[in-house]
Structure formats: structure tokens, C-alpha cells
Design a protein around this ligand. Structure first.
Ligand SMILES: NC(=O)c1ccc[n+]([C@@H]2O[C@H](COP(=O)([O-])OP(=O)(O)OC[C@H]3O[C@@H](n4cnc5c(N)ncnc54)[C@H](O)[C@@H]3O)[C@@H](O)[C@H]2O)c1
Length: 252
């Protein structure tokens, strides 16, 4: 397999880390299918590069996933690379965590990763080459208060991805997780007010306590810095890296 001209599927590719990964693969002359809930984000991203193609898909919905994988295969060809990236956050203490919010977070992050992998794998097994890259989190190996659903899902993604790696080790397919530390996207920005409310502090103090406090460099990671690792893990140079969980965290 060459290190370009591949078909790459990215969930949550309409914004933040997913969009940066889409742009990196598109610049690398790969054909990139981005899946997202928001048609507006899909349209904007597709207009930003001729190699980016938008597909409206809720990755909690098995039927939509099956139809979307089929559509990507028909329009772009055999799927070579899957990036499980879509995610979201909900902030509550465990005893106040609504089941609806728990199911939304776990259903998107963990079950979405399972379903996307399940339906993308047959193409890779057929061609005896594939790369599965799961965007977990530094919260996949370290807890934080009020994020129990997110943290359960992020730990779970790593275990799931490593199982996929083991099951497909002799199929030319690798599966690895990237663990970003706090990264400059709206996902971080949107949670500061709720963290401050839970702690009875200011947003600036919440940023320090929950986000920058644990980082050695005291600098948010940039989405492009996650994208460059994803591009490497998808290359032939990374053929023997599988079942790994690699941090991009500014130190922690
Ligand atoms: N930003 C951070 O600090 C950070 C740190 C560690 C890990 N991560 C992880 O990186 C991934 C991307 O995060 P981000 O910061 O870019 O978030 P973001 O909110 O900027 O983008 C997430 C995208 O996922 C999409 N999405 C959400 N639910 C979806 C669904 N059901 N189906 C399809 N698309 C859906 C959203 O519409 C959005 O475009 C997430 O898995 C997140 O947990 C982020």
C-alpha cells in the first residue's frame, strides 16, 4: 500500500481534531470521508479541500453507519483507514449523572467506535491492509472529577482497540489509540463554565485545576499535532506498531 491515495474515514470530521486530521490526510492526497451530525460543518469542511467528502451520519445509529459505509465504498472505493474520533462531554457528579447523558456519551464514544470498526473492518480484511486509529484521551488512562461517562468510555476505547489489534494482527491491519491531552477545540471551551459551577470557582480557575494544572508544558495541544501522529500511524513505516496507546499531552 502506498502512503497516499487511500480511502480514509473520519468520524466527527466536521470540527476540531477530526477536521485537522481530515485536512492532513487530504493534503497528503488521500480521499477523505468525514462523517458528522452537522450538515453545515460537513459542507464547510468539504469546501475547504477537494479531497474531503462529507457524509451526514450519527454514529450512534447502526443503520445509518451501515448505509454510510456502503456509500463511502461505492463513491470512493475500499476503505483503508478508519479514524474513530467523534466524541462529546457531559459534566455531573456520579450520583447526579442522568442515565440519558451517560447513554449519549458512552453510546457515541464507545459503542460508536465498536460499530464503525465492525462495519469498516471487512474492507480491510479483504485487501489485507488496514489502519484503525482511535482518538481516545489522556482520560483513557487518568480520571478527572465529574466526567465518569467520558472516562469510562475513553478507557473502554483503548481496551476495545487493542482487542481489534490482536484479532487482526495477521490480516495486515494495525489498530492503535491516540491519547490527546487538553487540545484547543470547542470541546474544552464548552466545559469550563460547568466545571467552574461544580467547583464553585471561576472559569479561569477551572482551566487551571482541570485542564492546564496537570500539564508540564502548560500549553494546550493543537489539533494539527494530533493529526501528524495519525498520519504517521497510517503509514507503512508504522506497520509494526499495533495495540499501542500513545499520548500527545504536553506532558503529564
Ligand atoms: N479537545 C480536547 O481537549 C480533547 C482531548 C482528548 C481527547 N479528545 C477527543 O478527541 C475527539 C474530538 O474532540 P474535539 O475536541 O475535536 O471535539 P469537537 O466538539 O470540536 O468535535 C467533535 C465532532 O464530533 C461530532 N459528533 C459528535 N457526536 C457525533 C455523532 N453521534 N455522530 C457523528 N459525529 C458526532 C460533532 O458534531 C463535532 O463535529 C473526541 O473523541 C474527544 O473526546 C479531545
Amino acid at each position: 500500500m502506498s502512503n497516499s491515495n487511500r480511502v480514509v474515514v473520519i468520524t466527527g470530521g466536521g470540527a476540531g481534531i477530526g477536521l485537522a486530521i481530515a485536512q492532513a490526510f487530504a493534503e497528503n492526497d488521500d480521499q477523505v470521508a468525514i462523517l458528522d451530525l452537522s450538515q453545515e460543518k460537513l459542507d464547510q469542511a468539504s469546501e475547504s479541500h477537494k479531497n474531503i467528502h462529507g457524509f451526514a451520519c450519527d454514529i450512534q445509529n447502526e443503520t445509518m453507519i451501515k448505509e454510510t459505509i456502503h456509500a463511502v465504498h461505492e463513491q470512493l472505493g475500499t476503505i483503508d483507514v478508519l479514524i474513530n474520533n467523534a466524541g462529546l462531554q457531559r459534566i455531573h457528579t456520579v450520583e447526579e449523572f442522568p442515565l440519558e447523558d451517560w447513554n449519549l456519551v458512552v453510546g457515541t464514544i464507545l459503542t460508536g467506535t465498536f460499530l464503525m470498526t465492525k462495519y469498516a473492518l471487512p474492507d480491510m480484511q479483504q485487501s489485507k491492509w488496514g489502519r484503525i486509529i482511535t482518538i481516545s484521551s489522556s482520560h483513557g488512562r487518568r480520571p478527572d472529577m465529574y466526567k465518569s461517562a467520558y472516562i469510562a468510555a475513553k478507557y473502554g476505547q483503548i481496551g476495545f482497540t487493542n482487542t481489534v489489534a490482536m484479532e487482526n494482527a495477521q490480516n495486515g491491519i494495525t489498530a492503535n489509540s491516540i491519547l490527546p491531552g487538553p487540545t484547543q477545540t470547542t470541546l474544552i471551551q464548552n466545559q469550563l463554565s460547568e466545571l467552574a459551577e461544580e467547583d464553585c470557582t471561576t472559569e479561569q480557575e477551572a482551566l487551571e485545576t482541570h485542564i492546564l494544572g496537570a500539564q508540564w508544558m502548560k500549553e494546550l495541544v493543537q489539533p494539527e499535532e494530533i493529526a501528524s501522529l495519525a498520519l504517521f500511524l497510517a503509514s507503512d513505516g508504522a506497520a509494526k506498531i499495533t495495540g499501542e496507546a500513545i499520548g500527545v499531552t504536553s506532558g503529564e
